[in-house]
Ligand binder design. Structure first.
Ligand code: SAM
Length: 225
């Protein structure tokens, strides 16, 4: 049985500003980019930080846009609380949204979330619901999340029902991450892909430690189950 209590995220929480390692950003680019041309739209990260997730796209000629509540130096950053972006405020065509949002409520957004979503919701769902509200349920999304986003629900859980009723788009792939993917914490997370049906159902992210072994394999494609 999977033992969440053996992880150490209670002692070392995944804070709001733990950035995505470069190898994961590059892996996601390798998996997603064959399905997306620069003409499909702007690649949006609504909590961009230093821009780790957007860098490979930018380097390869895609147009990118970042939003962050705090300017952390990424040049295309719109400094704003993403949850306060209104429908119609971003008129550009967006494809896809890539986000590693904070998993824990931090001071910056706490009051806003309490007022608009009540209680203590699962933060990735708040970011996800906002993406669907702003850009519709067909927009491709890559979202980091704890396993609990798609598991650990009852038959009447609101999230479960939203998936059943297609209010939320279908999960088309899962990218498994090692639980030591983020610096200094052990945390059960993965990347869920939505509205990208041409991809494999499941991938294991490639860690640089295994690159040399994989380079020796005849076809260097992302590993999938
Ligand atoms: C976990 S970091 C991820 C940064 C980057 N996307 C990456 O993957 O490396 C989350 C980012 O969300 C930003 N953030 C927190 N609350 C936000 C909000 N309400 N609106 C926009 N950005 C927010 C933080 O400032 C931080 O840079």
């Amino acid at each position: 049985m999977y033992r969440v209590d053996r992880n150490n995220f209670y002692k070392h929480e995944k804070k709001a500003t733990i950035f995505t390692p470069e190898y994961v950003s590059e892996f996601l680019y390798d998996v997603l980019s064959p399905q997306i041309t620069p003409r499909d739209g702007i690649i949006l990260d609504p909590c961009v930080g230093k821009g780790s997730l957007l860098k490979p796209w930018k380097r390869n000629g895609y147009r990118v846009m970042g939003i962050d509540i705090e300017d952390q130096g990424f040049p295309q950053t719109k400094v704003k609380n993403y949850l306060e972006v209104h429908q119609g405020e971003i008129n550009d065509k967006i494809a896809p949204i890539i986000m590693n949002q904070p998993f824990n409520i931090d001071g910056k957004t706490k009051d806003y979330i309490k007022a608009h979503y009540g209680g203590r919701p699962l933060l990735p769902e708040v970011w996800f619901a906002k993406a669907v509200e702003l850009f519709g349920s067909h927009v491709p999304i890559a979202m980091f999340t704890p396993y609990g986003f798609r598991l650990n629900q009852t038959a009447t859980s609101k999230r479960w029902v939203k998936f059943l009723l297609a209010e939320y788009p279908p999960i088309t792939s899962i990218v498994s991450l090692p639980k030591d993917v983020f610096a200094n914490i052990l945390f059960h997370s993965e990347v869920l892909l939505f509205n990208l049906p041409a991809l494999h159902g499941h991938y294991f992210v490639t860690h640089p430690a295994h690159e040399h072994e994989r380079a020796a394999t005849p076809q260097r494609t992302p590993a999938c189950a």
